[in-house]
Design a protein around this ligand. Sequence first.
Ligand SMILES: N[C@@H](CCC(=O)N[C@@H](CS)C(=O)NCC(=O)O)C(=O)O
Length: 169
Amino acid sequence: MKLFMTPNSPYARKVRVVLAEKRIDCEHEQVVLSAPDCPVPAFNPLGKVPTLVLDDGTALYDSPVITDYLDKKTPVTRLIPQGDRVEVKRWEALADGICDAAVAIVMELRRPEAAQDATQIARQRLKIERGLQVLATDLGDNKWCVANALSLADIAVGCALGYISFRMP
Ligand SMILES: N[C@@H](CCC(=O)N[C@@H](CS)C(=O)NCC(=O)O)C(=O)O
């Protein structure tokens, strides 16, 4: 199995944490998405990381599909408990959505200053602020997001918060 990743991708980081928690051996290949010889589009037409290529050549994307696959692959450290599946995947969707908004802002800020769209940046920032507020409210005083135990929800939220503090300290 090989994981195509970039070191700063929050979605790839989520998958890397899941691999580690579940003690799954996997080759990692760091790619440069903008490089003309980037290998990712040969496996994923969207050209995005993370992309996981299985030993039989099957390519899996995007990160929620990969985390699902990895959790089912071995019973070691169940991260998506059957009874709480929808709740855990909703936390993951919200955490990933916060990352989507943060990535959109990072991309906008990479454009020449005169071409940057302040309305778009404000829209995305609002998504982040609302998303963080809901995460905080739903977590409350609990130590873990779901069912008082580590799950994919905590990993996804941790990666989203890490990305926000990295990109917008
Ligand atoms: N929904 C996707 C998002 C993946 C994504 O957008 N990855 C970024 C890196 S952080 C990427 O590959 N961007 C390249 C592009 O959009 O062409 C997932 O969860 O895997």
